[in-house]
Every structure is written in C-alpha cells, then in structure tokens.
Design a protein around this ligand. Structure first.
Ligand SMILES: [Zn+2]
Ligand SMILES: [Zn+2]
Length: 99
C-alpha cells in the first residue's frame, strides 16, 4: 500500500543500521533485517510506529497497521499485551498469598 504509511518517521529500522547493539537485540528476537519489531497483535514481523491517534509507540505488521489506520479507536484495555500483564499480576498475587 501507501509507502508513507509503511515507513513513517517513527519506524526504528534506521536504529538497527546505526546501532549494532539494537541490531543484536532484534536478531535475538528473530527479527531479520528489513523489519524492526514484532506486531503487538499477532507477533508477526513488522515495524515500530507511533499510533496515529493515541500517541504510544508499538510494533505492528502491515496488516494490523492498516487496521489501526482504518479503526482509530481501540481502547488500551483491549490490547492483548495489557491483558497478559493483568493475568501475570494476578498470578503473582496468588503466589504471594500462598507463601
Ligand atoms: Zn522498521
Ligand atoms: Zn499483526
């Protein structure tokens, strides 16, 4: 699709070109050259970008990035990473109770 959308100025691809450390971190995460992150929705290879409406930065694959652009409102509490975080907190609370 539109190249402007695929590579806006918040993409971190340039960072892996100038920082070998950052490049190594991405390689450890199985992110090959040409990408700079994994989609926060489906874990596919993608690029880090600034959310056009909510102002946070995360990674999206091209498919979900189109979704973000066409469906601007997606509440933060519906994001999978947040739900996983809450479940993790719950597990820690349970463990703390038992000990
Ligand atoms: Zn990128
Ligand atoms: Zn995705």
């Amino acid at each position: 699709m539109n190249k402007l959308h695929r590579h806006n100025n918040s993409c971190r691809c340039f960072l892996r070109k100038i920082s070998t450390n950052y490049d190594a971190v991405l390689r450890e995460d199985d992110v090959p050259e040409g990408y700079c992150g994994r989609c926060c929705e489906c874990n596919k290879l993608g690029h880090t970008r600034l959310h056009p409406h909510q102002g946070y930065q995360d990674a999206w694959c091209d498919e979900h990035w189109q979704e973000v652009l066409t469906q601007p409102f997606k509440p933060w509490y519906r994001r999978r990473s947040f739900i996983a975080f809450i479940i993790g907190l719950g597990a820690i609370a349970l463990l703390a109770d038992c000990s």
